[in-house]
Structure formats: C-alpha cells, structure tokens
Ligand binder design. Structure first.
Ligand SMILES: [Zn+2]
Length: 258
C-alpha cells in the first residue's frame, strides 16, 4: 500500500488546494462571501479592491532593492508596493488561507519574473520555502504554490525547483529589526543533496511574495550559491517601502518576514 509520505509533494498540494476550494464553495452557499481587501460582503474580491490592486502596482515591475541593501542580496524586481489592498491580498493568502486570491497575485508575480529574468531565459525559479510549522498549519508551501501558478501563466514557463529547505526553526521575522532579521536567518536554509546536481552552474531566479529587509532572499541566495547555483536575481509580488521614523531619527522597514 502506498504511504502518504511517499506521494509527491506536488500531488498532495494539488489535493489540498482542491479540497480547500471545494470547502470554500460549500461555505459560499451558506455564508455570504467577504472581500479580503475591504471586508465588504457579497464578493470574495470586490471591484473596488480589484481596481485598488492595480493602483498598488508599479506601471512596470521594477528593481526595488531594500535600503540598506544587504551584502550578497541578488537584484530584486517587484510588481508593486506592499501597501493597501495588495498588502491585504498577500496577508489574506498567507494568514487567512484565502488561496482563491492567488488568481489575482499570480499575474503580478509572472510579470516581475519576466523583468527579473529577461536576460536569463534559461533561469529556473526557486521559491523561498515556508517554515515547517507554516506548511503544517496551512497544508502547503504558500510561496511555492504562487510561484507554480505564476510560471503556468508565462509565455515560456521556466520550471519551478523547490530546492531550498529550512534547516532550523527561525523566530518570527515580523517582530525583528533589520540586523536581528539577518542574524535570525544566517545559515537558516540549505539545498538538499538531490537538488545539488540539478542546480550546479544553473542560472536561478529566487521568488518570494514580499521583500522587506532582503534578509530572507540574501540567505536563500547564499544557500543556493553554496550548492553551486548561479543566482541571477529575484522576483517578488511586492516590496515594502522604507519609512523614516522622525521621532527617533531612525528608519525602519515595516512588513512581513523578508
Ligand atoms: Zn473590497
């Protein structure tokens, strides 16, 4: 008898996605849908928020390096700024299980990948991994799922290689400052031996949902380089904007892990 542990991750994730969508459809029959952007009832994503999402995006995906930019940080391209309904949609997918909103986010990520990888048609996509506890909680690796969906929209899909693994538990990045985030993540990821041969000398684009301080992407790039990959850049849906705290004369990145 086949054991669940031997089934391909992608197959299990497809099943999980189908089950969630089926449950969501049943719930929609009983409870009125609520917009994940503004909370209005009647639609899971209202026309106002659909318009607002476009307003959060840059006219074209563009380079959005964190300030300061960590040493070893790959050049990163973002589709928009981490604010308003774009932020609401990303949070709803990650924290509220609103996987239905990926349909709105995947085209943005696809466009960012296109710009980030324009000079590297052979680069494959490596999504930043979710923590083991997040995968248990959500039943899936959120960024990997979004990356697969975005790649399916591409004119020439590049292929998604989920080669990064968390080596250990890391503290919740959202509660940490810039330097603490970098220290928290040092040595946090590795590439399992079975992916090393695939990635040797291979151009790679890292993919994440949000870039904040760049600590996550920098650590991901370090692990991939250590495995012999050629990290050519990174693509994200949204980039946080650095705000200056005038009272303390210091600046802070606000936002999620990243
Ligand atoms: Zn709305």
């Amino acid at each position: 008898m086949a054991r669940a542990g031997r089934w391909p991750d992608s197959w299990l994730m497809e099943c999980g996605e189908w089950f969630r969508q089926a449950c969501g459809s049943l719930l929609d029959l009983v409870l009125p849908a609520q917009c994940a952007g503004c909370g209005a009832t009647g639609s899971p994503w209202c026309p106002g928020c659909a318009h607002g999402l476009a307003m959060c995006c840059f006219p074209q995906p563009r380079h959005a390096p964190p300030t300061p930019c960590p040493a070893g940080m790959p050049p990163v391209v973002a589709a928009g700024r981490y604010a308003g309904v774009l932020r609401a949609a990303l949070v709803a997918v990650k924290d509220d299980g609103r996987t239905d909103l990926r349909v709105h986010l995947a085209p943005l990520l696809c466009a960012a990948v296109e710009v980030a990888g324009a000079a590297y048609p052979d680069a494959v996509l490596v999504p930043m991994p979710s923590s083991r506890s997040a995968v248990r909680r959500r039943g899936e690796a959120s960024v990997a799922e979004l990356t697969r969906r975005a790649d399916r929209l591409a004119h020439r899909p590049r292929g998604v290689v989920p080669a990064l693994r968390p080596l250990r538990r890391v503290a919740d990045q959202a509660r940490l400052g810039r330097l603490a985030r970098a220290a928290n993540l040092t040595g946090a990821y590795a590439v399992p031996a079975r992916f090393v041969r695939t990635l040797q000398g291979k151009p790679v684009l890292l993919v994440d949902d949000v870039v904040t301080t760049g600590a996550t992407l920098t650590e991901g790039a370090r692990a991939l380089r250590a495995a012999g990959a050629h990290v050519v850049g990174a693509a994200v849906v949204a980039a946080t904007e650095r705000r200056r705290d005038s009272r303390r004369g210091s600046s802070a990145n606000t936002g999620p892990p990243g």
